[in-house]
Design a protein around this ligand. Structure first.
Ligand code: PHE
Length: 458
């Protein structure tokens, strides 16, 4: 049972390959699509500040914890947690908690795939030159023509799930490594190009002020919780993805360095996307709180006014699609690894079965933009409910457990052995943060949300 030296699913070719793959998992729709629209919904600056604090105080230490658990357990999150608990003399029931983590990633993929489908659709819309010189109203219309049509959404959701299942069925190393290596620099370049366009709109300063000048009156307790949830979502934490990728990490690689690289790359892309988007929002009289359609209603305006705009628009949405796919793949892998290790079935069969269930559950998200848009449990669409449940509730609770597990449950020696922090001081700080700071921060944000304590005025 305990801790196989290598995962039965293989290993990354180097620690750089791991960093690339984990960065590919982290960088995705969360950075370019979700971050701007939830920052917009939550009033900008103060939200961004809380999000950045969460990435630093909670995100990076938890990334390290997840990678070390994965690498020591060398199996899917449920079995890795079980074996690490056993190794330190605790009960095996921790695997149930691991299953909860896998479930969170599984549920996220049901809507992630639908939104990734929007990016795929936009590649084709951009290619026909539709954005050229189009007004903001026309661009908004194009977006609503897509999302109000359940057949179109179903088509693209199906395409995304087929690709995701296909890649996972074949095993992941080469595919992911190459895609990320190639697409990452181009994505940054394209975003910077959009930033330059945004600077010419005359609203650059308003955009920056909105994004970086904290106004705590605009921040609600739900906003604080969303900032925490987003830190988890964007770093792919508490979904099994990072733990799973850690299981394929060679023994010698530095977990600390990897975690810091991943967090920096992920955060920079989100901030650059925000800097590109908000000036366009203000220049065109759009609302920052437009919701999930925000980037699809703003960036095409920029492309429509740039020289060779259609070409760059195609390139941009292809990149976004790739970024989304590398994340979708990482969302499916833990479920598939669990199926293989539990039922000793083939990778292909496991990927197909999981893929079909996720594909069907994706209908909920598809319909929440059209035929079921009036169905609003808890005052939110079905899609918003799913997103809220996973990102704002399941992930932070998962994070709380992971911190507890890594800092209180497994023995300090095992952790030290795995983290290999040469500097004692560095290890002590990490351990202290995991033991006290991370859990307290998460609990405080929850207590603030339910109104037991008051961090902000509303
Ligand atoms: N981090 C990804 C993004 O920002 C989404 C994701 C969440 C991927 C959880 C894997 C696990 O788009």
């Amino acid at each position: 049972m305990t801790n196989p030296k290598k995962s039965i699913h293989g290993e990354w070719s180097s620690h750089w390959a791991f960093i690339l793959a984990a960065t590919g998992a982290a960088v995705g729709l969360g950075n370019v699509w979700k971050f701007p629209y939830i920052a917009g919904e939550n009033g900008g600056g103060a939200f961004v500040l809380v999000y950045l604090l969460c990435v630093i105080i909670i995100g990076i230490p938890l990334l390290m914890a997840e990678i070390l658990i994965g690498r020591r357990g060398r199996q899917n999150p449920a079995y890795s947690l079980r074996d690490l608990a056993l190794e330190s003399g605790h009960k095996p029931f921790w695997q149930w908690f691991g299953l909860g983590i896998i479930l969170a990633g599984f549920l996220i993929l049901t809507y992630y795939s639908v939104i990734a489908g929007w990016s795929a659709a936009y590649v084709f819309i951009a290619a026909t030159g539709t954005f050229h010189g189009a007004s903001a109203t026309r661009i908004t219309q194009i977006f609503s023509q897509l999302v109000t049509n359940p057949y179109k959404l179903l088509f693209w959701h199906t395409v995304i799930m087929l690709i995701t299942v296909g890649v996972i069925a074949k095993g992941i190393e080469k595919g992911i490594e190459n895609a990320v290596r190639f697409m990452f620099p181009i994505m940054i370049l394209l975003l910077l190009m959009l930033v330059i366009y945004a600077a010419t709109t005359g609203y650059f300063a308003s955009g920056l002020t909105f994004l970086f000048k904290p106004d705590f009156r605009k921040l609600t307790s739900t906003g604080v919780l969303s900032a925490l949830g987003h830190a988890f979502f964007t770093l792919s934490l508490a979904t099994g993805s990072i733990m799973m990728y850690g299981a394929y990490l060679p023994k010698k690689a530095s977990i600390t360095k990897a975690s810091i690289y991943i967090a920096i790359a992920d955060t920079s892309i989100a901030l650059i996307a925000g800097i590109a988007i908000f000036p366009i929002v203000f220049a065109n009289g759009l609302q920052p709180s437009a919701g999930p359609g925000l980037i699809f209603q703003t960036l095409p305006i920029a492309f429509g006014h740039l020289p060779y705009g259609s070409f760059f628009a195609v390139l941009f949405f292809v990149m976004l699609l790739f970024a989304a796919l590398t994340s979708a793949i990482s969302l499916l892998e833990p479920t598939v690894a669990w199926l293989i290790e539990t039922f000793h079935t083939t990778r292909a069969r496991a990927a197909i079965i999981a893929g079909i269930i996720i594909w069907i559950l994706g209908f909920l998200t598809i319909f929440s933009f059209n035929i079921l848009s009036h169905v609003k449990p808890f005052g939110m669409t079905l899609f918003d409910n799913l997103d809220y449940l996973t990102a704002n509730i399941m992930l932070p609770i998962g994070g709380l457990f992971i911190a507890f597990f890594a800092a209180w449950l497994i023995s300090k020696n095992n952790v030290r052995d795995e983290l290999q922090l040469s500097d004692r001081w560095l290890f002590k700080s990490w351990h202290f943060i995991m033991r006290y700071i991370t859990p307290i921060a998460i609990v405080v944000i929850f207590l603030n949300f339910v109104g037991i304590i008051k961090l902000n005025s509303h």
